[in-house]
Design a protein around this ligand. Structure first.
Ligand SMILES: [Zn+2]
Length: 284
């Protein structure tokens, strides 16, 4: 029942994210005016604006001009609904994460979805999103320090609480490590390849991720992302669509990696901890 509610809320949120994807890069207000067709400008009435349902009822065409509605709309709605549902199931129902922490991950997921779709379309990641996200992480951590408790500790009896200042430090540390990792590769890429593999937008996007998921999960996200990039590159290569110097936006891969890593944070962080343990034995 609660899970269904989470999915429905995600679908509605997805509908709003579509507005953000369309309007943020064009510097338009995301609250006013109401939804309108991007082709004929006709106002979209509420019953034509129901997430997923309306798209299929209208068979993907605008009611007034019968122009094609981009399949991006139902795709974003479905993805957001799925994300809200998976996070709710794995984090709240399974791991016992408080709703405040769940909300933070969902907001991060929304920011990542919007950034990715804008990056795919226009090859930019809006600063409005990443700067806001990098401020949101530390502020939220200070108000809800539970965000930085180790995964698995939410259900344990007598689990250690994280202090406000410690949570704030974890968040800032996450921004520095996550952003720093990408920045390192941007600089190395400039020197070694003399071309931009990743940009400053990716540095800020990763910083935003780090501020919420902390440095450990950020490291995992950073190393998982190239696998998704490789999968797509291979597919493009096989279809002969990958020309030399072909520009591929990198935000979607960082985002997919983060969205996969968040529900799997327990095993991923344990994996990293065990590596750190092995290295600490080697050094001592
Ligand atoms: Zn229209």
């Amino acid at each position: 029942m609660l899970l269904t509610l989470a999915v429905v809320f995600g679908l509605i949120m997805g509908s709003f994210l579509n507005v953000c994807i369309l309007r943020i890069p064009r510097n338009e207000s995301i609250v006013w005016p109401g939804s309108h067709c991007s082709r004929c400008g006709g106002t979209i009435v509420w019953y034509d604006n129901i997430p997923l349902v309306s798209y299929f009822l209208l068979k993907g065409r605008c009611r007034s001009c019968s122009g094609e509605i981009s399949p991006r709309y139902p795709l974003v709605e479905a993805l957001t609904g799925l994300m809200f549902g998976v996070f709710f199931y794995s984090l709240v129902l399974k791991a016992g994460v408080p709703l405040s922490v769940y909300a933070a991950y969902c907001l991060l997921g929304c920011a990542l979805l919007v950034s990715s779709f804008i990056d795919v379309e226009l090859y930019v990641i809006p600063n409005e999103i990443t700067y806001l996200g990098m401020v949101f992480g530390p502020v939220f951590s200070f108000i809800f320090p539970a965000l930085h408790r180790p995964p698995g500790s939410y259900v344990a009896v007598g689990a250690m609480e994280v202090g406000r200042w410690d949570a704030l430090a974890s968040s800032l540390c996450g921004i520095l490590v996550a952003g720093g990792l990408v920045l390192m590769f941007v600089v190395l890429g400039q020197i070694a390849l003399r071309r931009e593999a990743m940009g400053m937008g990716d540095v800020k996007l990763m910083g935003m991720i780090g501020g919420i998921v902390g440095w450990k999960l950020s490291v995992m996200v950073f190393f998982i992302a190239p696998f998704f990039a490789l999968l797509l590159s291979l597919q493009l290569l096989l279809r002969g669509q990958l020309e030399k110097g072909h520009k591929i936006p990198y935000a979607p891969f960082l985002s997919i990696a983060a969205l996969v890593a968040i529900p799997l944070q327990g095993p991923l962080i344990r994996f990293l901890d065990s590596r750190i343990y092995i290295f600490s034995l080697l050094w001592s």
